[in-house]
Design a protein around this ligand. Structure first.
Ligand code: DQA
Length: 148
C-alpha cells in the first residue's frame, strides 16, 4: 500500500512558526514519526511539501495510479483553493485532511474547508499527532475497503 503525504504552504516553517498554535515539532520530525508509524503498519509513504498552489495541484495529479491514498495538510489552501479541491476530485484518490490546530476553534475564515466534504475524514487539533491519526484512519479505511 502506498500513501502520499502532501503538505502545503508555510509548513516548512513548523517548529519556529507560531509554536503556541502549531507546536515545536519541525516538519522533518513529523515526517520521521509518520514514517515510523507507516513502517509498523507495513505501508509505503512519500512525503512532499510545497509553498505553491500549482505545485500542490501537480503533486495531486501525479497520484493517479501511483498512490492508494493520501494524507493532506493543505494549510491555508484548505480554506481557499478550488484548484486543490478539483484536483483531489479528479484523481479520485481517497484522502484524509489533517491539521495541527483545530481549525473549527480558530478565526471564522479558517473554520471552512473546501476539501472536507470530499475527504474520507478530517483530523484537526491534535498537533503533530494529527498526521499519525490521519494515517491510521486512512490505512484502516483502505484495508476495510479491500476486504469487502
Ligand atoms: C493548518 C491550519 C491552517 O488554517 C493554516 O493556514 C496552516 C496550518 C494546521 O495544520 O493547523 O498553515 O493547516
Amino acid at each position: 500500500m502506498h500513501i502520499a503525504v502532501l503538505n502545503g504552504p508555510n509548513l516548512n516553517l513548523l517548529g519556529e512558526r507560531e509554536p503556541e498554535l502549531y507546536g515545536r515539532a519541525t516538519l522533518a520530525e513529523i515526517e520521521t514519526r509518520t514514517r515510523e508509524r507507516a513502517q509498523a503498519l507495513g505501508v509505503n509513504v512519500s512525503w512532499t511539501q510545497t509553498n505553491h498552489e500549482g505545485e500542490l495541484v501537480d503533486a495531486i495529479q501525479a497520484l493517479k495510479g501511483r498512490a492508494d491514498g493520501a494524507v493532506i495538510n493543505a494549510a491555508a489552501f484548505t480554506h481557499t483553493s478550488l484548484a486543490v479541491r478539483d484536483a483531489l476530485v479528479a484523481v479520485r484518490v481517497p484522502f484524509v485532511e489533517v491539521h495541527l490546530s483545530n481549525i473549527f476553534a480558530r478565526e471564522p475564515e479558517r473554520r471552512r474547508s473546501v476539501l472536507a466534504d470530499v475527504a474520507v475524514g478530517v483530523v484537526t487539533g491534535f498537533g503533530a499527532e494529527s498526521y499519525r491519526l490521519g494515517l491510521e484512519g486512512l490505512v484502516g479505511y483502505l484495508a476495510s475497503r479491500h476486504d469487502r
